[in-house]
Design a protein. Structure first.
Length: 155
């Protein structure tokens, strides 16, 4: 795991459910050692919890500008992504590899990266987050994002 080079991204909202308890602290420490401020919404406990609660907290931090980007980790990343995408004006993407992490930021203007603690090794989780945070949105995709926002308004 290398150090992250930031591009105006300083504050991160970080949320995890019970499946990420073992890696939560390591991911958080990695990000803090790379210079990020972390607002941690991760689950503290030994029991099970409901991932939509954490997706909502991270999404609200994005909407209120308390965070520049968000990171959500559940078992697969899918549930967190579904829940976060229910929040108007939030774009969350489940990223299965380096390429999807890059494209989520570059083509989709994703606010939140969603990852799976049961499907991804710790080093890969940190590497995907690094790629996501380093990649800037390409304005040529703006028209598509506007169309997504229009669909959101209509339905």
């Amino acid at each position: 795991m290398g150090n992250i080079i930031t591009h105006k991204i300083k504050k991160l909202a970080f949320g995890t459910d019970h499946t990420a308890t073992k890696i939560r602290g390591k991911v958080k420490n990695y990000l803090q050692s790379s210079g990020y401020e972390i607002e941690d919404f991760g689950f503290n406990g030994d029991s099970s919890c409901d991932y939509p609660d954490f997706a909502l907290k991270v999404s609200k931090a994005i909407l209120t500008k308390r965070a520049d980007k968000g990171i959500l980790i559940c078992g697969t990343g899918i549930g967190m992504s579904i829940a976060a995408n229910k929040i108007k004006n939030v774009i969350a993407a489940t990223c299965w590899d380096e390429n999807t992490a890059k494209l989520a930021a570059q083509h989709n203007a994703a606010d939140i990266i969603c990852l799976g603690s049961r499907t991804t090794a710790l080093d890969d989780i940190c590497h995907r987050i690094e790629i996501f945070l380093r990649t800037q949105f390409e304005e040529r995709h703006s028209q598509r994002i506007k169309k997504i926002k229009e669909i959101e308004k209509q339905y």
